[in-house]
Design a protein around this ligand. Structure first.
Ligand SMILES: Cc1cc2nc3c(=O)[nH]c(=O)nc-3n(C[C@H](O)[C@H](O)[C@H](O)COP(=O)(O)OP(=O)(O)OC[C@H]3O[C@@H](n4cnc5c(N)ncnc54)[C@H](O)[C@@H]3O)c2cc1C
Length: 351
């Protein structure tokens, strides 16, 4: 039998500790694996980065990445920073030392592993969302074009609709892509035969040493779902797009038909991270997966969508381990049946 004082100590202990730092709702939503990880979270006893106090934006610790990925998977990031401005970014890149930094967009092409991210995650969602009105010019041949300067945190779908308001054509095919402009530049996002790369006139980024660098579009190598900058790393903060004047009615019709087609073909009501694999030359990853008989196949709570075989959906509380297991299974089966090794499109990070 426990004495009254020991009982009280036990009750106090149960109601204190790491778990109490998160609201009850968040804790109940956690999949078991991540909950397991959370219960083991270490306490940071001393502040390893005193310079964090200089950041004007928000700094969070042990932020669950599942709240920031469209597939709703991902353990905690040690530090999650929402910088207020470029100076905040310069502080981070100049002071981080050996600590890795990860630039996050809307998390729509991302799988964060269950143990989360050791290091700093930067999200531009809060403060890099401005769009400057288009600046129009006319060529000698009377062709009208406009340049729009856009913050990296602006959603691509919003940008496409914004451009349409000024009858600007070029990126209407990209209206259904759910990521940010920064993510679109890095991934060279594309749909319906259009990629963002050719419309990029310049990109501004903060380099790994905290310098502000402006690169011309031609200096960046864009290829299928990939962009390569002349030197690695850093974070894209802004881009300029050059678009042509078109017909507003046609632009709106194109956008509407793309959005309708997407909602009929993609599992948009279930958490997912877009296409898992790149399309191999002259074929489609979805077709290969479907013809291998894998539509609907699951590992744990991660399943191949019945609507689109190149989408993996989170059926409830899937873990990154489930998704990675499913990805490996798809690659094995498709390779065995067709000889084609599917290449992953989604970015996988964390431990
Ligand atoms: C339902 C659905 C449909 C989709 N359809 C398409 C489609 O048709 N075509 C297509 O191309 N994609 C598609 N995607 C995938 C995704 O939306 C795109 O790849 C998008 O461009 C990713 O942007 P993001 O902001 O979400 O980037 P994230 O997923 O957050 O990050 C992707 C990569 O970009 C990097 N990154 C992001 N922002 C920055 C920055 N500011 N500076 C430096 N690096 C950065 C990250 O570090 C990471 O490496 C779809 C996704 C979903 C969920």
């Amino acid at each position: 039998m426990l004495s009254e004082s020991w009982k009280r100590k036990l009750i106090n202990f149960t109601h204190s500790g790491v778990g109490q730092r998160y609201p009850l709702r968040t804790r109940l939503e956690l999949p078991k694996t991540v909950l397991g990880r959370k219960l083991r979270q270490r306490k940071i006893m001393t502040d390893p980065f005193p310079w964090l106090t200089k950041i004007k934006g928000e700094v969070k610790r042990d932020e669950l990445m599942m709240a920031h990925t469209s597939i709703r998977i991902g353990g905690p990031a040690d530090f999650f920073i929402l910088p207020k401005d470029i100076q905040d970014l310069q502080i981070i890149y100049r002071q981080n030392g050996e600590t890795p930094i990860f630039a996050l967009g809307e998390g729509t092409n991302l799988l964060v592993k269950d143990n989360g991210i050791r290091g700093i995650v930067i999200s531009l969602k809060d403060s890099f969302r401005s769009i400057h009105p288009p600046v129009f010019t006319q060529s000698a041949e009377k062709k009208e074009t406009a340049v729009i300067r856009v913050g990296a945190g602006v959603k691509l779908s919003y940008l496409a609709k914004y451009a349409a308001r000024y009858s600007l054509t070029g990126i209407e095919n990209l209206v259904g892509i759910p990521g940010s402009l920064g993510g679109a530049v890095i991934m060279n996002a594309g749909a319906e035969g259009t990629e963002i790369g050719p419309f990029i006139r310049s990109v501004t980024r903060v380099t790994t040493s905290g310098e502000i660098e402006v690169l011309k579009g031609e200096e960046i190598t864009f290829s299928y779902r990939k962009s390569i900058f002349p030197s690695a790393g850093g974070i894209v903060v802004e881009a300029e797009l050059e678009l042509e004047k078109g017909d507003m009615k046609t632009i709106h019709e194109t956008m509407n038909s793309h959005l309708e087609r997407r909602s009929s073909k993609q599992p948009l009501t279930v958490p997912n991270s877009g296409s898992i694999f790149k399309n191999p030359p002259n074929d489609s990853a979805g077709r290969l997966i479907e013809s291998a008989g894998l539509k609907g196949y699951s590992v744990g709570q991660a399943g191949i969508s019945r609507k689109h075989a190149n989408f993996i959906v989170n059926k409830g509380n899937a873990s990154a381990k489930d998704v990675l297991g499913l990805i490996a299974h798809i690659q094995d089966v498709v390779e065995e049946k067709t000889g084609i090794k599917l290449e992953r499109e989604i970015v996988v990070i964390g431990g």
